[in-house]
Design a protein around this ligand. Sequence first.
Ligand code: DX5
Ligand code: ZN
Length: 213
Amino acid sequence: MKIAPSILASDFSRLADELKDIEKGGADYVHLDVMDGRFVPNLTFGVPVIQSLRPCTKLPFDVHLMTYHPEAYLEGLEAAGAHMVSFHVEAVPHLDRMIHNIKDRGIKAGIALNPGTPLASIEQVLSLLDFVLIMSVNPGFGGQKFIPYTLDKIAALSAMIKEKGLSLSIEVDGGVNRDNAPLLKKAGAQILVAGSSVFGKEDRAQAIRDLKV
Ligand code: DX5
Ligand code: ZN
């Protein structure tokens, strides 16, 4: 299991130190939640902050765009050396074009699905994707409760990937903790995003180990 701590739950006044702490603690990626205050009812940070964080850690950047017009951020994210970028299916009318726009920049492309958004909305483009981000809370805020019905969706996606003979990864985001991590693994998750269950703990290394089921 790979762990991607979300800095949304970290101390924004000490971001460089927070990144060092999770890198030392065994994190596999850093999850960066970009919110535009429109697609989701909250506002976080954008490309300039991500660019200034790049020299602070060797960890690969996993950027989650909870925004309308996610294509507008790609040039800056490419310059910031983003490793993975995901966007929401409702924010983009041309999924195929957007996926190629990300991949042509040498960035891994993912689509994020809200809890209520069906898998069928991405079935035709599944073979183009490097990963799918299954939201297990309604996006916009950290520290929310895991929505249990998303486990079935993860299992169904996992079956769909196998049936099609594909090899993309399943990432899960929202309310992930040490209690549901084993269930998420069983359902087919390969990358767990964790905000409060890592940054809310004093010992980040232990918190990351607890999630590495
Ligand atoms: C929610 C964000 C998540 C968030 C997860 O809208 O996409 O990445 O930071 O936070 P926790 O793990 O606290 O639910
Ligand atoms: Zn996220």
